[in-house]
Design a protein around this ligand. Structure first.
Ligand SMILES: Nc1ncnc2c1ncn2[C@@H]1O[C@H](COP(=O)(O)OP(=O)(O)OP(=O)(O)O)[C@@H](O)[C@H]1O
Ligand SMILES: [Mg+2]
Length: 480
């Protein structure tokens, strides 16, 4: 649940917005002019602010300027009437998260609000470094910790401390699940840019054009569906920090454009002629070997050297067994609280078992494993029988490993959703659910050479259901 502040003198709209967000489980407060909203903001913390431009007294931009002066990090979405794009862009320059042109559709608003709330979380949830290594139970919320007592992690902490304050680019490498994103966030929180925006972009598995419009923005009319000027992440992150996750997957053509921003500090929005200047600190992460990517001609050498001014390598968890006990304490403490359990002890044997496992999925896998273990635990001692490894899944998945698989699938699917929805937004007629279903069924059919029994099994649906889908989407075999 998040806390949202709506500032607008249009009572009808306030009522509408309040209902919309309360229905989503958020807490909403409102005020009808700039001055009283500033008053409220002095005494209460919010996760998102929706600010109208046209109000008696201070207008939206003046209010926004005051909010920024008070160093309030909460993202602000400015609402302006249609045809006042200039005001909207001015709002972005002043540090608004985004703007909405009235009248707006509630789906678009919900998506925008969800994005802004995620940025709010990244900016406010402080990732802290241990000062000394003792057993630490995390504070209830707003505090995430990078845990580790191994020599390797101590070196990492030192390095973070040294580079955070400097404005250098940092490349964070390591296998999946080793904590690269966490390190990026810790660097941000310990830098003097901590009160400026932090945004993350994932460079993998997004079509090029979409990714570039996300980064550089576009002008109205730049392509079909570009019905308004869109300000990209580079502009939003001016004087802030931009995190390129999975940077090894960035396409060559995007790399060239990004390099230009790094070197010259300038770019144009898609379809735009105005050159925009920005100053952004870049952090990047990858689980690929970028040197090899450069050799293979898939990654620009000049960009590689620009990114790895400083590099931080996170070792796999199997190479630092000393970190297992403190991580176990940390996660068990957290999940125990989260699920209202009272697991107070972890048996020595359990720790030994966890330390001798190879953790192909690294800390993320350990985290998931302990989440399940805490849920399974009946008493206050975590025993070996509560622990189950993903790699042990032989034959038919048991109930817990199956749950893990479903969780993983769900997470992966959820990762793709924002992009799919954003693409679909360009055409209101598109039925996204059908589109996605069709793509999945089509893929499975091809994969199984149109063998319906195999396809149905692969999709986990009955043959009858499959036949309906084939008919619905016209997915007969190629020669039929
Ligand atoms: N040292 C650590 N202390 C506490 N939690 C950690 C640590 N390292 C990783 N985690 C947790 O493990 C999970 C995975 O970490 P993170 O997302 O940073 O990994 P990653 O290296 O970015 O992985 P990927 O390459 O798959 O994106 C997160 O939930 C993170 O909070
Ligand atoms: Mg990551």
């Amino acid at each position: 649940m998040s806390k949202i502040l709506i500032v607008d003198n249009d009572e009808g709209l306030v009522h509408f917005l309040t209902r919309l967000f309360v229905k989503q489980g958020h807490e909403v407060e409102s005020s009808n002019d700039g001055a009283s909203s500033l008053e409220l903001l002095r005494s209460e913390a919010f996760d998102l602010i929706l600010l109208d431009y046209k109000m008696p007294g201070l207008n939206g931009l003046e209010t926004l300027a005051e909010i920024k002066r008070a160093q309030i990090k909460t993202p602000v979405i400015v609402m302006t009437a249609y045809g006042t794009t200039e005001t909207a862009i001015e709002a972005m320059r002043l540090g608004a998260y985004d703007y909405l042109l009235k009248p707006f559709d509630s789906e678009g608003l919900k998506r925008l609000a969800a994005d802004a709330l995620e940025v709010n979380r990244l900016m406010k949830e402080i990732v802290s470094l241990p000062s000394s290594v003792t057993k630490v139970l995390p504070a209830a919320h707003g505090l995430v910790q990078i845990v580790g007592s191994s020599r390797q992690m101590q070196d990492v902490f030192k390095l973070i401390g040294q580079v955070a304050e400097k404005d250098v680019t940092v490349l964070i490498t390591g296998e999946s699940g080793t904590g690269k994103e966490l390190v990026a966030r810790a660097i941000y929180h310990h830098s003097h840019r901590a009160d400026r925006p932090f945004m993350a972009v994932n460079c993998a598995s997004i079509p090029d054009a979409l990714f570039e419009s996300e980064l550089f923005g576009y002008e109205r009319g730049a392509f079909t569906g570009a019905y308004r000027t869109y300000v990209g992440k580079f502009e939003r992150c001016h004087e802030g920090t931009l995190f390129f996750d999975e940077v090894g997957d960035m396409s060559m053509s995007t790399q060239a454009k990004v390099l230009r921003v790094l070197q010259e500090g300038e770019f144009e929005r898609l379809g735009g002629t105005e050159t925009i200047r920005v100053e952004v600190r870049i952090l990047a992460a990858t689980n690929k070997n970028l040197e090899k990517e450069v050799e293979a001609g898939r990654f620009r050498e000049d960009l590689y050297y620009r990114l790895k001014v400083i590099s931080i390598e996170l070792p796999p968890l199997r190479d630092r067994p000393d970190d297992v006990p403190p991580l176990v304490n940390y996660f068990v403490g957290r999940f125990s609280e989260e699920y209202g359990k009272s697991v107070h002890y972890v048996a020595d044997q359990t720790i030994q078992r966890l330390q001798s496992y190879a953790w192909p999925g690294n800390v993320r896998e350990l985290e998931n494993c302990l989440r399940r273990a805490v849920l399974m635990c009946k008493g206050d001692v975590l025993l070996t029988e509560h622990v189950q490894f993903e790699a042990d899944r032989d034959g038919a998945p048991g109930p817990t490993t199956r749950q893990a698989l479903v969780d993983r699938l769900r997470r992966r699917a959820a990762d793709l959703v924002p992009e799919i929805l954003r693409l679909a937004e360009e055409d209101a007629e598109v039925n996204v659910l059908d589109l996605v279903e069709e793509a999945i069924v089509d893929y499975a059919l091809r994969h199984c050479h149109h063998n319906q029994v195999h396809t149905a099994r692969m999709l986990g649906i009955s043959r009858n259901t499959l036949r309906h889908r084939i008919q619905k989407y016209g997915l007969g075999p190629p020669d039929a």
